[in-house]
Design a protein around this ligand. Structure first.
Ligand code: ADP
Length: 436
């Protein structure tokens, strides 16, 4: 019931209000209705008791909240709040000087002195202080000043008792309501602060972890960048004192290999940073020809000779996905399957299977190469992890692969038996796929 009323009086920019501001807004709407209701109650009591002199004040108390609601809706929030407070204060002042002291109108000055803090908020300190001073002044003038309204007032005795009860009830309830509201606001701010603190602590931990990872990254990179350079330096030193052309050629080939290793390493770092930086793209990928292209690019590299490649995927399977990420994934998995083949093995093969289920696209890259031992299998996706001493790679390939898969919201698992081979299974959820 309350919410549709609040929504009705909300200005167009209400959704941009901070949470405390929204609460104050709701309280203002609520107090507008309270003021209007008080005006109606008092007018009824007065009319029943045939007391007419205060009716003009009550009509102000009825009309002003309606004007305040209209101001709220048109976005003039502070003006609306001040109008409501001033009108209510003016009515109370007039009642205080016209009603007998026993009617207890003075009680109403108490909620007024704190109302502006609740309605306007602490950011408008000056407004709040000025209003509180105004309330204080109104109280003293009404109590000690010698004001008389230009007509006789002789309300009946029971009217005075009823007024006292009503004024007491309204004064106490409104005060409790305002204090409750302020306490609630404070508690909310406190719990928000605690929540922020929790987020900050976890962000800090994350940062610490990232910092450690960065340290490790910088260390490993500088180490991996230096090691081919040291070999090249050593080889050039040897070559300087070598006259035999055959030996010199051997050194040149070794230097070439080292340069290529370094080039591959730098390429991987670039690939990693591109993977992290670039936004995901969605484009149509025809997987059969795409996988074929990746295989063709790799099948002539060193160590690939003699390996049979088999691609099993539906002819017309297409996916809306990020081609660059898939290129990274396939290049690394197929590249590793070639790299970790067992030389001299009979019938070496690499099988790539693609399958589309209702929810996922699954690619399996299987080889009958060296396999991975149990002690290494859990760590091969770590940054710079090399499973064998014979690996001349950077240990970054599978780490980058996993990052790319994560960006596609997918998963990767590996099944491997040492000396028999490995299967890497990549599962990525699909939204838009076709197969005919
Ligand atoms: P790199 O190949 O540069 O060493 P990767 O991150 O690509 O680094 O792989 C990590 C480790 O996982 C490799 O050192 C290797 O021991 C193991 N590995 C990856 N793929 C295979 C595979 N198909 N067969 C056997 N071992 C593999």
């Amino acid at each position: 019931m309350i919410n549709p009323i609040i929504d009705f009086f909300s200005p167009y920019h209400y959704s941009s209000f901070a949470s405390a501001e929204k609460k104050r807004f709701r309280l203002t709407v609520f107090l507008c209705f309270v003021s209007a209701s008080i005006a109606v109650i008092y007018s009824t009591v007065d009319l029943i008791n045939k007391v007419y002199y205060a009716l003009p004040f009550y009509s102000i108390l009825l009309i002003t909240p309606l004007a305040s609601l209209w101001l709220l809706k048109s976005g003039r929030i502070i003006v609306s709040k001040m109008l409501l407070l001033t009108a209510a204060l003016a009515t109370t002042f007039m009642s205080a000087i016209s009603d007998p002291f026993e009617a207890g109108v003075f009680i109403l000055f108490v909620p007024f002195s704190i109302a502006s803090f609740a309605l306007v908020g602490f950011s408008h300190k000056i407004v709040n202080i000025l209003f509180s001073l105004l309330v204080g002044a109104a109280f003293f003038i009404a109590f000690f000043g010698d004001f008389r309204l230009p007509y006789e007032q002789h309300p009946p005795a029971n009217y005075i008792t009823i007024s006292l009860i009503i004024n007491f009830l309204i004064g106490v309830t409104t005060s409790i309501l305002i204090v409750y509201f302020l306490v609630e606001l404070n508690m909310e701010a406190e719990s928000e602060l605690k929540e922020q603190e929790k987020i900050l602590i976890s962000k800090n931990k994350e940062l610490e972890k990232l910092n450690q990872e960065l340290d490790r990254f910088v260390y490993s990179i500088s180490h991996d960048l230096r090691s081919p350079l040291s070999s090249i330096l050593g080889l050039t030193n040897l070559a300087k004192f070598e006259n035999d052309t055959a030996e010199l050629k051997k050194y040149m080939t070794m230097i070439q290999e080292r340069v290529k290793a370094q080039d591959d390493f730098i390429k991987e770092i670039i690939e990693y940073s591109r993977n992290v930086r670039l936004e995901l793209k969605s484009e149509e990928v025809h997987f059969k020809s795409f996988i074929q292209q990746q295989v063709d690019a790799l099948r002539y590299q060193d160590g690939a000779e003699g390996i049979t490649f088999e691609i099993n995927i539906q002819e017309k399977l297409t996916l809306q996905t990020d081609k660059a990420r898939w290129k990274t994934i396939l290049n690394n998995l197929i590249g590793n399957a070639i790299k970790y083949h067992t030389p001299g093995k009979i019938n070496p093969f690499i099988k790539i299977n693609g399958e589309l289920t209702n929810t996922h696209f699954i690619i399996k890259v299987e080889d009958n190469g060296s396999g991975i031992s149990d002690e290494h299998v859990d760590k091969i996706f770590d940054m710079f992890y090399r499973g064998t001493d014979t690996s001349n790679g950077s240990g970054l390939g599978l780490f980058i692969t996993l990052e790319a898969i994560k960006q596609l919201n997918g998963t990767i698992e590996v099944q491997s038996t040492i000396a028999e081979g490995s299967v890497f299974i990549v599962k990525v959820p699909v939204l838009n796929a076709t197969k005919i």
